[in-house]
Ligand binder design. Structure first.
Ligand SMILES: Nc1ncnc2c1ncn2[C@@H]1O[C@H](COP(=O)(O)OP(=O)(O)OP(=O)(O)O)[C@@H](O)[C@H]1O
Length: 414
């Protein structure tokens, strides 16, 4: 984006002034530099599109200053949403169920323009409800126009953020929500949360890397996604093999490098490298893997960001392989996400509330040493009942899973 010499606009609530001589480029990135030659105010937020500038525009001598604007944090998003809904609130167009704080939490990685888009989309949904397609001349009853929380949530599906993973993508990694899996899982979560805080407050350039390893289905991706959602770091990006199916090695490398470069521009940030062995195209026969992607990751995991702080969270269920190609050593911290022990399984079953009190201990005993994914699979299978179709009664609490049927399902799965 380019603010030409005679433009006069504002950046957020502050003012940015540019020289008469050369243009200033605005990029979604780090904070405003007050040392820019001051004269005329420019409106950054309105004109801020998610466009990364052509290198040619950034060459020395072309522009006098390059100003990078970071994505708003949760508080900033709340304020932006407030600004865009103020008038609606005053005129009672907002339904009482609209919770801007919740919306701010769900719009991680959204910039100001995208948040405005969400509000506009929600408003148009509310207006559409008032228009009768049978009689377009019918006057709209203004009193009954109400923008509801549902309108906002639907708008979030329509207006997706161009930078980083959306909260919806991250929520997709934990479709069952997050239940308490016991002290060992909690301890790992808290440790990485501390790393995220360290990245958030540190002033220097820091690359903090941690690897979550453990058996398949033990909840590594869900934990990494929850860290992305719950931490205060405004920019979260996820690199997973499922978004790169069919791409060549070089295209995959280019994508991975691009994510890191974007993260360097928007610090402090989190990059989740999900299922690293899948990213490396590992197969046990041979064994084979992509050395090009492996080398790319090694370089990125060891290189300090040019500025700001980045937290990289990797997940893998093939730690021995990653160790043999030197990727484990590139991570500063490694945590093992374990399977559930009997007491952890008991805790999870209590929360699911699908067994009678008398059967919980026996069911938990049978689930010892099982990854959470398998626990959910067996419980879901057993909840269907012997004849099928019983899940609704079980999950609504009207009935409980029969332990004998549960054992049969367990035999099928293990
Ligand atoms: N704490 C939790 N509460 C509820 N569900 C969970 C929890 N942790 C994980 N799950 C669920 O278990 C399933 C498997 O989790 P996840 O994909 O995170 O495992 P993983 O260790 O990354 O597996 P893989 O190594 O195969 O990728 C997912 O459906 C996820 O929603």
């Amino acid at each position: 984006m380019e603010a030409r010499n005679h433009s006069s606009r504002t950046v957020g609530q502050g003012q940015l002034y540019v020289s008469d001589r050369r243009p200033v480029h605005l990029i979604p990135g780090a904070s405003l530099n007050p040392d820019v030659h001051h004269r005329r105010p420019i409106d950054g937020v309105g004109s801020l599109k998610n466009v990364l500038l052509d290198e040619a525009l950034l060459r020395p001598g072309h522009s006098e200053a390059q100003v990078e604007i970071s994505l708003p944090d949760e508080n900033g998003r709340f304020q932006i949403l407030q600004i865009h809904t103020n008038k609606m609130q005053e005129n009672s167009f907002l339904a009482p169920d609209v919770n801007l704080q919740e919306l701010a939490a769900r719009t991680k990685n959204y910039n100001g323009a995208e948040l405005e888009g969400v509000v506009r989309s929600a408003v148009s949904r509310a207006l559409n409800r008032q228009i009768s397609l049978d009689d377009l001349t019918k006057p709209v009853d203004e009193e009954s126009i109400k923008v509801t929380m549902k309108d906002f949530l639907n708008a979030l599906q329509e207006i997706v953020n161009a930078f980083g993973a959306s909260t919806n993508d991250l929520e997709h990694c934990r479709l069952n929500g997050m239940v308490d899996c016991g002290g060992r899982h909690e301890q790992i979560f808290q440790r990485i949360m501390l790393l995220a805080k360290q990245v958030m407050v540190s002033n220097g350039r820091q690359l903090v890397t941690c690897l979550l390893e453990g058996p398949s289905g033990s909840g590594k991706t869900a934990m990494a996604a929850t860290l992305g959602i719950d931490s205060d770091l405004p920019y979260v990006q996820m690199i997973s093999a499922k978004t790169m199916i069919g791409l060549s090695e070089s295209s995959k490398c280019a994508r991975i490098v691009k994510v890191f470069e974007d993260a360097y521009k928007l610090p402090p940030s989190i990059i989740i490298l999900d299922d690293i062995e899948r990213l490396l195209e590992y197969v046990a026969i041979g064994p084979r893997f992509s050395n090009v992607i492996s080398q790319t990751l090694l370089v990125l995991l060891k290189q300090l960001p040019p500025k700001g702080n980045v937290l990289v969270i990797g997940t893998t269920s093939k730690v021995a392989f990653l160790d043999s190609v030197g990727i484990c050593a590139a991570f500063s911290y490694t945590y093992r996400v374990p399977t559930l022990k009997t007491e952890d399984a008991r805790r999870v079953l209590h929360q699911l509330n699908v067994f009678s009190e008398n059967d919980i201990d026996a069911a938990a005993e049978a689930l010892n040493d099982m990854p959470i994914k398998k626990l959910y699979m067996v419980v879901e299978m057993a909840a269907q009942g012997e004849q099928g179709g019983g899940a609704e009664a079980i999950y609504s609490g009207k009935e409980k899973i029969k332990i004998s049927h549960f054992y049969k399902c367990l035999d099928d799965i293990v």
